[in-house]
Write a protein that binds this ligand. Structure first.
Ligand code: GAL
Length: 337
Protein backbone atom coordinates (compact mmCIF):
# COMPACT_ATOMS: atom_id res chain seq x y z
CA UNK A 1 0.00 0.00 0.00
CA UNK A 2 2.80 2.39 1.02
CA UNK A 3 4.62 1.73 -2.26
CA UNK A 4 1.40 2.06 -4.20
CA UNK A 5 0.75 5.54 -2.71
CA UNK A 6 4.35 6.57 -3.35
CA UNK A 7 4.01 5.39 -6.94
CA UNK A 8 0.78 7.38 -7.36
CA UNK A 9 2.43 10.44 -5.85
CA UNK A 10 5.42 10.24 -8.20
CA UNK A 11 3.13 9.64 -11.17
CA UNK A 12 0.90 12.64 -10.47
CA UNK A 13 3.91 14.82 -9.59
CA UNK A 14 5.63 14.12 -12.90
CA UNK A 15 2.33 14.59 -14.73
CA UNK A 16 1.83 18.02 -13.13
CA UNK A 17 5.45 18.93 -13.82
CA UNK A 18 5.06 18.04 -17.47
CA UNK A 19 1.74 19.87 -17.77
CA UNK A 20 3.16 22.92 -16.18
CA UNK A 21 5.64 24.25 -18.64
CA UNK A 22 5.35 27.97 -18.04
CA UNK A 23 8.24 29.28 -20.08
CA UNK A 24 10.17 28.40 -23.22
CA UNK A 25 13.71 27.31 -22.32
CA UNK A 26 15.69 27.25 -25.55
CA UNK A 27 18.35 24.53 -25.61
CA UNK A 28 17.04 22.69 -22.51
CA UNK A 29 15.36 19.27 -22.55
CA UNK A 30 11.68 19.83 -23.37
CA UNK A 31 9.32 17.25 -21.90
CA UNK A 32 5.93 16.32 -23.28
CA UNK A 33 2.83 15.68 -21.15
CA UNK A 34 4.03 12.11 -20.48
CA UNK A 35 7.33 13.42 -19.12
CA UNK A 36 9.30 12.16 -22.14
CA UNK A 37 11.63 14.47 -24.09
CA UNK A 38 9.90 15.80 -27.19
CA UNK A 39 11.29 13.95 -30.21
CA UNK A 40 10.41 16.15 -33.20
CA UNK A 41 13.53 17.44 -34.92
CA UNK A 42 13.77 19.54 -38.08
CA UNK A 43 10.11 20.12 -37.39
CA UNK A 44 7.27 22.30 -38.46
CA UNK A 45 3.97 23.41 -36.96
CA UNK A 46 0.41 23.43 -38.21
CA UNK A 47 -2.38 25.43 -36.61
CA UNK A 48 -5.71 23.76 -37.16
CA UNK A 49 -9.09 24.37 -35.44
CA UNK A 50 -7.59 26.01 -32.37
CA UNK A 51 -4.78 23.47 -31.87
CA UNK A 52 -1.12 23.63 -32.77
CA UNK A 53 0.44 20.43 -34.13
CA UNK A 54 4.18 19.88 -34.10
CA UNK A 55 5.63 17.38 -36.59
CA UNK A 56 9.25 16.36 -36.58
CA UNK A 57 11.89 13.74 -37.26
CA UNK A 58 12.04 10.96 -34.70
CA UNK A 59 15.70 10.55 -33.88
CA UNK A 60 16.13 7.61 -31.56
CA UNK A 61 18.97 5.32 -30.58
CA UNK A 62 22.57 5.15 -31.57
CA UNK A 63 24.22 7.81 -33.73
CA UNK A 64 27.02 6.68 -36.03
CA UNK A 65 29.02 8.07 -38.90
CA UNK A 66 28.68 6.71 -42.42
CA UNK A 67 32.37 5.90 -42.91
CA UNK A 68 32.59 5.87 -46.70
CA UNK A 69 31.31 9.47 -46.87
CA UNK A 70 34.47 11.46 -46.28
CA UNK A 71 33.74 14.90 -47.75
CA UNK A 72 31.42 15.83 -44.85
CA UNK A 73 30.41 14.52 -41.44
CA UNK A 74 27.60 12.13 -42.29
CA UNK A 75 26.35 11.32 -38.79
CA UNK A 76 23.00 9.56 -38.68
CA UNK A 77 20.49 7.55 -36.70
CA UNK A 78 18.03 5.04 -38.09
CA UNK A 79 15.12 6.88 -39.72
CA UNK A 80 12.41 6.79 -37.06
CA UNK A 81 9.52 8.29 -39.02
CA UNK A 82 7.63 11.45 -38.14
CA UNK A 83 6.15 12.28 -34.75
CA UNK A 84 3.14 14.46 -34.01
CA UNK A 85 2.47 16.45 -30.84
CA UNK A 86 -0.45 18.76 -30.07
CA UNK A 87 -0.77 21.85 -27.91
CA UNK A 88 -3.13 24.71 -27.17
CA UNK A 89 -0.51 27.06 -25.74
CA UNK A 90 2.70 26.17 -27.65
CA UNK A 91 4.37 25.27 -24.34
CA UNK A 92 2.73 22.05 -23.21
CA UNK A 93 2.79 19.31 -25.83
CA UNK A 94 0.94 16.01 -25.91
CA UNK A 95 2.39 13.13 -27.90
CA UNK A 96 -0.18 12.13 -30.54
CA UNK A 97 1.89 9.22 -31.81
CA UNK A 98 4.00 8.35 -34.81
CA UNK A 99 2.20 10.19 -37.61
CA UNK A 100 4.26 8.57 -40.37
CA UNK A 101 5.83 5.22 -39.60
CA UNK A 102 9.20 4.18 -40.97
CA UNK A 103 9.38 0.97 -43.01
CA UNK A 104 11.22 -1.86 -41.29
CA UNK A 105 10.77 -4.60 -43.90
CA UNK A 106 11.74 -3.35 -47.35
CA UNK A 107 15.25 -1.91 -47.61
CA UNK A 108 14.40 -0.37 -50.99
CA UNK A 109 11.50 1.68 -49.58
CA UNK A 110 11.98 5.46 -49.22
CA UNK A 111 10.98 5.28 -45.57
CA UNK A 112 13.13 2.28 -44.62
CA UNK A 113 14.97 2.80 -41.34
CA UNK A 114 18.29 2.69 -43.22
CA UNK A 115 17.27 5.83 -45.14
CA UNK A 116 16.89 9.50 -44.22
CA UNK A 117 13.55 11.19 -43.41
CA UNK A 118 14.03 14.86 -42.60
CA UNK A 119 12.27 18.23 -42.18
CA UNK A 120 8.62 17.06 -42.40
CA UNK A 121 6.08 19.87 -42.85
CA UNK A 122 2.30 19.54 -42.93
CA UNK A 123 -0.32 21.77 -44.57
CA UNK A 124 -4.07 21.39 -44.73
CA UNK A 125 -5.90 21.36 -48.06
CA UNK A 126 -9.34 22.90 -47.65
CA UNK A 127 -10.61 21.55 -50.97
CA UNK A 128 -9.66 17.91 -50.46
CA UNK A 129 -9.94 18.09 -46.62
CA UNK A 130 -6.63 16.24 -46.45
CA UNK A 131 -3.53 16.91 -44.39
CA UNK A 132 -0.51 16.79 -46.67
CA UNK A 133 2.99 16.11 -45.38
CA UNK A 134 6.07 16.88 -47.45
CA UNK A 135 9.51 15.78 -46.31
CA UNK A 136 13.06 15.30 -47.48
CA UNK A 137 13.76 11.62 -48.16
CA UNK A 138 17.24 10.45 -48.90
CA UNK A 139 19.73 7.59 -48.97
CA UNK A 140 22.30 7.43 -46.17
CA UNK A 141 24.85 9.27 -48.35
CA UNK A 142 22.25 11.93 -49.27
CA UNK A 143 22.65 11.13 -52.98
CA UNK A 144 18.98 10.25 -53.55
CA UNK A 145 17.87 13.88 -52.75
CA UNK A 146 14.12 13.66 -53.23
CA UNK A 147 10.94 15.00 -51.70
CA UNK A 148 8.43 12.56 -50.25
CA UNK A 149 4.74 13.19 -49.75
CA UNK A 150 2.15 11.58 -47.47
CA UNK A 151 -1.56 12.24 -46.74
CA UNK A 152 -3.96 11.84 -43.88
CA UNK A 153 -7.59 12.62 -43.04
CA UNK A 154 -6.61 13.69 -39.55
CA UNK A 155 -3.90 16.07 -38.37
CA UNK A 156 -2.37 13.48 -36.06
CA UNK A 157 -2.29 10.83 -38.78
CA UNK A 158 -1.69 8.07 -39.55
CA UNK A 159 -0.27 9.47 -42.79
CA UNK A 160 -0.16 7.25 -45.87
CA UNK A 161 2.98 7.55 -47.94
CA UNK A 162 2.31 8.45 -51.58
CA UNK A 163 5.85 8.44 -52.98
CA UNK A 164 8.77 10.69 -53.76
CA UNK A 165 9.92 12.97 -56.58
CA UNK A 166 12.74 15.09 -57.80
CA UNK A 167 10.54 18.14 -58.49
CA UNK A 168 10.66 18.86 -62.22
CA UNK A 169 13.74 16.68 -62.32
CA UNK A 170 15.67 18.78 -59.80
CA UNK A 171 17.49 17.57 -56.68
CA UNK A 172 15.68 18.41 -53.46
CA UNK A 173 17.12 18.26 -49.95
CA UNK A 174 16.30 20.68 -47.06
CA UNK A 175 12.78 21.95 -47.57
CA UNK A 176 9.63 23.55 -46.28
CA UNK A 177 6.12 24.15 -47.55
CA UNK A 178 4.16 27.38 -47.31
CA UNK A 179 0.41 27.72 -47.71
CA UNK A 180 -0.58 31.21 -48.80
CA UNK A 181 -3.79 33.06 -47.80
CA UNK A 182 -5.35 32.26 -51.20
CA UNK A 183 -4.96 28.52 -50.60
CA UNK A 184 -2.06 28.07 -53.00
CA UNK A 185 0.86 26.15 -51.58
CA UNK A 186 4.56 26.35 -52.42
CA UNK A 187 7.46 24.01 -51.90
CA UNK A 188 10.84 25.58 -51.06
CA UNK A 189 13.80 23.25 -51.40
CA UNK A 190 17.58 23.39 -51.61
CA UNK A 191 18.42 22.17 -55.08
CA UNK A 192 21.28 21.90 -57.55
CA UNK A 193 23.41 20.13 -54.96
CA UNK A 194 22.33 22.71 -52.34
CA UNK A 195 23.71 25.63 -54.37
CA UNK A 196 20.37 27.19 -55.29
CA UNK A 197 16.94 27.27 -53.65
CA UNK A 198 13.84 26.51 -55.70
CA UNK A 199 10.27 27.69 -55.04
CA UNK A 200 7.64 25.62 -56.78
CA UNK A 201 3.87 26.00 -56.87
CA UNK A 202 2.19 22.76 -55.83
CA UNK A 203 -0.84 21.30 -57.60
CA UNK A 204 -4.30 22.15 -56.23
CA UNK A 205 -4.35 18.98 -54.13
CA UNK A 206 -0.80 19.78 -52.88
CA UNK A 207 0.34 16.27 -53.86
CA UNK A 208 2.51 17.12 -56.84
CA UNK A 209 4.56 19.88 -58.41
CA UNK A 210 3.49 22.21 -61.17
CA UNK A 211 5.99 23.59 -63.65
CA UNK A 212 5.55 27.07 -62.14
CA UNK A 213 8.86 27.38 -60.46
CA UNK A 214 11.54 29.93 -59.66
CA UNK A 215 15.24 29.65 -58.81
CA UNK A 216 16.15 31.95 -55.94
CA UNK A 217 19.22 32.65 -53.78
CA UNK A 218 21.19 31.49 -56.81
CA UNK A 219 24.57 29.95 -55.94
CA UNK A 220 24.20 31.15 -52.35
CA UNK A 221 24.28 27.61 -50.89
CA UNK A 222 21.42 28.13 -48.43
CA UNK A 223 19.41 25.45 -46.67
CA UNK A 224 17.03 24.91 -43.71
CA UNK A 225 14.38 27.24 -45.23
CA UNK A 226 11.66 28.74 -42.99
CA UNK A 227 9.03 30.89 -44.71
CA UNK A 228 6.42 33.30 -43.37
CA UNK A 229 4.35 36.26 -44.51
CA UNK A 230 3.98 39.64 -42.85
CA UNK A 231 2.20 42.77 -44.11
CA UNK A 232 1.86 41.30 -47.59
CA UNK A 233 5.55 40.43 -47.92
CA UNK A 234 7.15 36.99 -47.95
CA UNK A 235 10.16 36.23 -45.76
CA UNK A 236 12.57 33.34 -46.01
CA UNK A 237 15.06 32.60 -43.25
CA UNK A 238 17.76 30.06 -44.06
CA UNK A 239 21.13 28.74 -42.91
CA UNK A 240 24.42 28.15 -44.66
CA UNK A 241 25.47 24.60 -45.64
CA UNK A 242 27.72 23.28 -42.87
CA UNK A 243 26.06 19.95 -42.12
CA UNK A 244 25.15 19.51 -38.45
CA UNK A 245 27.37 22.45 -37.41
CA UNK A 246 25.71 25.82 -36.86
CA UNK A 247 26.41 28.92 -38.93
CA UNK A 248 24.90 32.41 -39.33
CA UNK A 249 21.32 32.64 -40.61
CA UNK A 250 20.22 35.09 -43.26
CA UNK A 251 16.87 36.26 -44.58
CA UNK A 252 15.37 37.25 -47.89
CA UNK A 253 12.21 39.23 -48.69
CA UNK A 254 9.90 39.22 -51.70
CA UNK A 255 6.75 41.10 -52.67
CA UNK A 256 5.58 38.06 -54.64
CA UNK A 257 6.41 34.53 -53.68
CA UNK A 258 7.56 33.64 -57.20
CA UNK A 259 9.03 37.08 -57.79
CA UNK A 260 12.36 38.66 -57.00
CA UNK A 261 13.82 37.81 -53.60
CA UNK A 262 16.13 40.39 -52.07
CA UNK A 263 18.75 38.91 -49.78
CA UNK A 264 19.71 40.44 -46.46
CA UNK A 265 22.01 39.46 -43.64
CA UNK A 266 21.48 37.86 -40.27
CA UNK A 267 18.11 38.35 -38.52
CA UNK A 268 19.73 37.22 -35.25
CA UNK A 269 21.25 39.85 -32.98
CA UNK A 270 23.46 39.88 -29.87
CA UNK A 271 25.75 37.20 -28.44
CA UNK A 272 25.49 33.88 -30.31
CA UNK A 273 24.00 35.48 -33.42
CA UNK A 274 26.93 34.28 -35.57
CA UNK A 275 25.93 30.64 -34.97
CA UNK A 276 22.14 31.19 -34.76
CA UNK A 277 22.65 30.51 -31.02
CA UNK A 278 24.21 27.16 -31.83
CA UNK A 279 21.20 26.13 -33.91
CA UNK A 280 19.72 25.96 -37.41
CA UNK A 281 16.39 27.28 -38.66
CA UNK A 282 13.52 24.91 -39.32
CA UNK A 283 10.26 26.87 -39.15
CA UNK A 284 8.58 30.18 -38.30
CA UNK A 285 5.23 30.00 -36.53
CA UNK A 286 2.92 33.03 -36.25
CA UNK A 287 1.43 33.28 -32.74
CA UNK A 288 -2.32 33.14 -33.29
CA UNK A 289 -4.35 36.05 -31.97
CA UNK A 290 -1.36 38.42 -31.86
CA UNK A 291 -0.04 40.80 -34.47
CA UNK A 292 3.59 40.85 -35.46
CA UNK A 293 4.35 37.94 -33.13
CA UNK A 294 6.31 34.96 -34.44
CA UNK A 295 8.28 32.07 -33.02
CA UNK A 296 11.54 31.23 -34.73
CA UNK A 297 12.08 27.47 -34.44
CA UNK A 298 15.58 26.07 -34.73
CA UNK A 299 17.44 22.84 -34.00
CA UNK A 300 20.56 22.69 -31.89
CA UNK A 301 21.99 19.51 -33.38
CA UNK A 302 24.14 17.19 -31.33
CA UNK A 303 25.91 15.37 -34.15
CA UNK A 304 27.42 12.72 -31.84
CA UNK A 305 24.08 11.96 -30.19
CA UNK A 306 21.39 13.17 -32.59
CA UNK A 307 18.58 12.01 -30.29
CA UNK A 308 19.77 14.58 -27.76
CA UNK A 309 19.53 17.47 -30.24
CA UNK A 310 17.63 20.34 -28.61
CA UNK A 311 15.06 22.90 -29.69
CA UNK A 312 15.78 26.60 -29.77
CA UNK A 313 12.52 28.51 -30.00
CA UNK A 314 12.84 32.28 -29.80
CA UNK A 315 10.42 35.18 -30.16
CA UNK A 316 10.63 37.14 -33.38
CA UNK A 317 9.10 40.46 -34.42
CA UNK A 318 9.43 42.48 -37.59
CA UNK A 319 10.90 45.94 -37.04
CA UNK A 320 11.02 48.30 -40.01
CA UNK A 321 10.66 45.35 -42.37
CA UNK A 322 13.47 43.35 -40.74
CA UNK A 323 12.92 40.19 -38.68
CA UNK A 324 14.60 40.54 -35.29
CA UNK A 325 15.57 37.54 -33.19
CA UNK A 326 17.43 37.81 -29.89
CA UNK A 327 18.57 35.18 -27.43
CA UNK A 328 16.49 34.59 -24.31
CA UNK A 329 17.29 31.89 -21.76
CA UNK A 330 13.63 31.83 -20.70
CA UNK A 331 10.59 33.57 -22.09
CA UNK A 332 6.84 33.36 -22.57
CA UNK A 333 4.26 34.80 -24.96
CA UNK A 334 3.88 37.97 -22.84
CA UNK A 335 7.02 39.27 -24.61
CA UNK A 336 4.66 40.08 -27.47
CA UNK A 337 2.44 43.12 -27.06
C1 GAL B 1 22.11 19.81 -42.60
C2 GAL B 1 20.63 19.79 -42.85
C3 GAL B 1 20.01 18.79 -41.92
C4 GAL B 1 20.67 17.45 -42.17
C5 GAL B 1 22.17 17.57 -42.01
C6 GAL B 1 22.91 16.29 -42.33
O1 GAL B 1 22.78 20.69 -43.39
O2 GAL B 1 20.07 21.05 -42.65
O3 GAL B 1 18.62 18.74 -42.10
O4 GAL B 1 20.39 17.04 -43.47
O5 GAL B 1 22.66 18.56 -42.86
O6 GAL B 1 24.28 16.47 -42.11
Amino acid sequence: MKYYLLFLFILSYSFLQAQNQKVFMPGEIWKDANGDPVNAHGGGLLYHNGTYYWYGEIKKGKTWRVEYVTSWEDYRVNAGGVSCYSSKDLLNWRFEGVALKPNTADSAHDLHTSKVIERPKVIYNEKTKKFVMWMHVDSEDYGYSRSGVAVSDKPSGPFTYVGSVRPNGAMARDMTVFRDDDGKAYHFYSSENNATMHVCLLSEDYLSHTTTEKRILINQSREAPAVFKFNGKYYLISSGCTGWSPNPASYAVAGQILGEWTEYDNPCAGPGADTTYGAQSTYVQPVMGKKNAFIFLADRWNKLDLEDSRYVWLPMVIKNGKPVIEWRGQWDLSVFK
